[in-house]
Design a protein around this ligand. Structure first.
Ligand code: ZN
Length: 249
């Protein structure tokens, strides 16, 4: 039986036997690429100290419209990480998709690192910092434009404010992305959840749509779903996925 094996061996067997794996990832996947989690306790207090507001306020729709200068100062400093590179977790997931085992990556991260590692079907619940658009004329801009702009990024064509295509607090998650995520999660054979404590909306709600008995949780700390997981591995998502996938495929 499964319990006789080490968790890594069990995970490897699950991956070897399945061609319908879905991955659901949180901030922990990106922190291993050197992208700090702004929702972590440390990130929150640092922000409050430096900017005078909590991240939830700074990254709210209302604050963005009323104080775009402060928003972009914070955003550029804390949410854009243009030198970050994909890590072993991103690469392992891209490989699993490539060999036909993984159907989708659902992510709460906005850094676009899954795509850069080679993943194709990536459902970005909170949007992407890689996509930006003018709020007036809808002209699109790349990440480098946002990095290089000083102060409020202004559209080169009409002067309108250019904003990232990310979901701010008080803004709704894209219904289509949500629907697609639910479709993949509810149809999944193996669901691997990594780098999230499952406390952030809409993560926990999404996991509830999984109907199978192969729920794998990989996280450094505890999660809200520990008791419901069929397999629980504590540790670095990059190290664990990297090693397991290398041996399984
Ligand atoms: Zn414009």
């Amino acid at each position: 039986m499964l319990v006789m094996n080490s968790p890594e061996t069990t995970l490897r067997a699950l991956i070897e036997e399945s061609d319908n794996i879905v991955f659901f990832g949180g901030a922990g996947v990106s922190t291993e690429s050197g992208i700090p989690d702004f929702r972590s306790e440390e990130g929150m207090f640092e922000t409050k100290k430096t900017f005078g507001y909590w991240p939830e306020v700074l990254l709210s729709h209302r604050f963005f419209l009323n104080n775009p200068e402060i928003f972009f100062k914070y955003y550029r400093k804390n949410l854009i990480h243009s030198s970050a590179e994909p890590n072993a977790a991103h690469r392992a997931l891209a490989r699993l998709e490539n060999v036909g085992k993984l159907k989708a990556v659902v992510t709460q991260n906005i850094d676009g690192l899954h795509q850069r590692a080679g993943s194709r079907n990536v459902l970005e619940l909170h949007g992407s910092a890689a996509r930006n658009y003018c709020m007036e004329c809808r002209a699109v801009y790349e990440l480098s434009f946002m990095v290089e702009a000083s102060g409020i990024p202004r559209c080169l064509q009409c002067g309108g404010m250019v904003r990232p295509d990310v979901v701010l607090y008080e803004e709704g998650v894209d219904e289509q992305i949500l629907k697609e995520s639910i479709r993949f999660i509810s149809a999944a054979d193996v669901l691997i959840v990594g780098g999230t404590s499952l406390n952030v909306y809409p993560a926990a709600g999404l996991i509830r749509h999984y109907a199978g008995k192969k729920l794998v949780l990989i996280n450094k700390g505890e999660t809200a779903y520990d008791t419901r997981a069929n397999l629980r591995i504590q540790g670095s998502i990059g190290k664990i996925l990297g090693a397991v996938v290398e041996r399984a495929t």
